[in-house]
Design a protein around this ligand. Sequence first.
Ligand code: 5GP
Length: 236
Amino acid sequence: MTRSLLYEGKAKKVYQTDQSNELILSYKNDATAFNGKKKEVFDGKGRFNNLISSHVFHYLAEHDIPSHFIKKLNDTEQLVKKTTIIPLEVVVRNRATGSIVKRLGFEENRPFHPPLIEFFYKEDALDDPIINDQHALLLTDATDKELEQIKAYALRVNDVLMNLFDSIGVTLVDFKLEFGRDLLGQIVLADEISPDTCRLWDKETDAKLDKDVFRQGTGDLLTVYDTILKRLEAIK
Ligand code: 5GP
């Protein structure tokens, strides 16, 4: 398969394949936080992100959530459908922690029933600010109907993934999704779902099994990503 580099982001490279509607996502070993201000290379990180994200997207497909994911190619790469990404970070929260505690003063760990959805504008130069639906309509080409569809998908993803993570002894605290339009113009889930993009806490001990250990310098990233992968592989 011939390939050419289309785009290099902080965590992944994207290659065009010889099929016009198929891309390769290649996961890098770089970990970044605080919009790239903190950076470190972890040998093997790309493999964990790829294998965990492939597992999660496969599981979502089995639960009828449309996404860009086609298949895992090897340890660090996956084949995906080409999409035009809508520049929104869609965050779903089941409990208060992280930026929402700082921003709005919610008590740490306060549960959200129903889960809370927030939109952030994906724009590094602005540090991904939180926005409302009207801002999203002005800043992106998403329609009202598409925003509603995105919110409905985000809640379905939350339901499905809460069950998946619960079955491996993990609480899904919050996570970030990205959506794109496929070549038919349909909204599909895109990007990755991994401990880089989710807060995952051990159900018994509340130990953090996600990128917060790197962001906060409180633990070993590779060890906790390995824990998540091993637990997911054990239920295959
Ligand atoms: P917070 O807004 O509390 O910082 O993050 C909420 C959730 O979304 C967390 O699970 C976090 O990992 C994820 N998230 C938010 N923004 C980003 C981002 O720019 N990159 C990544 N990888 N995850 C993000």
